[in-house]
Design a protein around this ligand. Structure first.
Ligand code: FES
Length: 82
């Protein structure tokens, strides 16, 4: 699985760095480092949504925040790679 976190201007202002760190920690804590590649990417064309946007494999997932991170990680990552 490849997770691309948008670090374009809009997402950067919404907290890309914090979301990347949350993904990095969750991937490590769940022992998924050999199954999930985490990268930054430029604008995914979904600016203007609340929160940070990401692309998980071929699916764009909008609106990541620190508040909904666990729900999103479980739904889009844990349930698909384990
Ligand atoms: S800056 Fe993130 S989708 Fe445009």
């Amino acid at each position: 699985m490849t997770i691309l976190i948008c670090v374009g201007s809009s997402c950067h202002l919404s907290g890309s760095h914090d979301v990347i760190e949350l993904f990095r920690k969750a991937i490590s804590d769940n022992g998924l480092s050999d199954k999930v590649v985490l990268k930054a990417t430029f604008c995914l064309g979904k600016c203007g949504r609340n929160g940070v946007n990401a692309k998980i494999d071929d699916e764009i997932v909008t609106g990541r925040t620190q508040n909904n991170f666990n729900e999103v990680f479980n739904k889009y990552v844990l349930s698909r790679v384990k």
